[in-house]
Design a protein around this ligand. Structure first.
Ligand code: ADP
Ligand code: MG
Length: 242
């Protein structure tokens, strides 16, 4: 069974249907890129996957959890599914270490010592071991985003969802965040990422899904999609986005 299964999902905001029957899956250890024009429904789909938005029709299973409206079940699901957004939303009054250990200590009831070990481990993973005691405002945007990723990893998720995590960063800071994501991918993390970084998607994601007006317009092996788009919309999208 794939790690992420989306089956016939419909989602409306009021009378506006923004997801019009989405079916897709992500195998364990695979990376899938989600691309498409602004407003095509990428963020909404990601948010539905960890229950931040409810769906009207269809079903989603992720990391072995069915997405439901049940709050206790959703809490369990979210310990296995990390999500990182464009805005990193670190707590400014907490040190990097405290930002990272907050959820493990509260949600997973981790002791201080174990939480510290986990924080050291995930900070090393994102290349920021030296920022353990720093505060967010002492870090660059790229470093803050890497802390946000580390914070998610501290929960030891089975699946990571990334929504345009480099879009707010200057180009010179984008690379360091992409490098962290590439490393995670190499280490076998199951990942679904919304991105505008077409070169990154082509290289790192085995599968790319092109969304258009709330539907999957085209999907398949990333190289095939980028090198030989089958639909004019995908062709136009990658031409205008590069
Ligand atoms: P993308 O991430 O591809 O840019 P979104 O998923 O953010 O697209 O948005 C898809 C559509 O849903 C857009 O038309 C957007 O305006 C609409 N939308 C997203 N969130 C909401 C919301 N909370 N309430 C109403 N409409 C929304
Ligand atoms: Mg979006």
């Amino acid at each position: 069974m794939p790690e992420v299964v989306v089956d016939g999902v419909h989602k409306s905001f009021g009378v506006v249907e923004v997801l019009k029957g989405i079916t897709m899956s992500v195998e364990r250890g695979e990376v899938t890129a989600l691309i498409g024009r602004s407003g095509s429904g990428k963020s909404t789909l990601l948010r539905c996957m960890n229950g931040l938005e409810s769906i009207q029709k269809g079903a989603i299973t992720i990391a072995g959890h069915a997405v439901t409206a049940d709050k206790a079940k959703l809490r369990r699901l979210r310990t296995d599914v990390g999500i990182v957004f464009q805005s990193y939303n670190l707590f400014p009054h907490l040190s990097v270490a405290d930002n990272i250990t907050l959820a493990p200590r509260i949600v997973k009831k981790m002791g201080r010592g174990e939480a510290r070990t986990v924080a050291e481990e995930v900070l090393a993973l994102v290349g920021l071991s030296d920022k353990f005691g720093a505060y967010p405002d002492q870090l660059s945007g790229g470093q803050q985003q890497r802390v946000a990723i580390a914070r998610s990893l501290a929960m030891r998720p089975k699946v990571m969802l990334f929504d345009e995590v480099t879009s707010a960063l200057d180009p010179e800071l984008t690379g360091e965040v992409l490098a962290v994501m590439e490393r995670l991918a190499r280490d076998g993390m199951t990942m679904l990422l919304v991105t505008h970084e077409m070169g990154f998607a082509r290289r790192v994601a085995s599968t790319t899904v092109f969304m258009h007006r709330g539907r999957i317009h085209e999907s398949g092996p990333s190289r095939d999609l980028f090198d030989a788009p089958r639909t004019p919309e995908m062709a136009q999208f990658i031409r205008s986005d590069i």
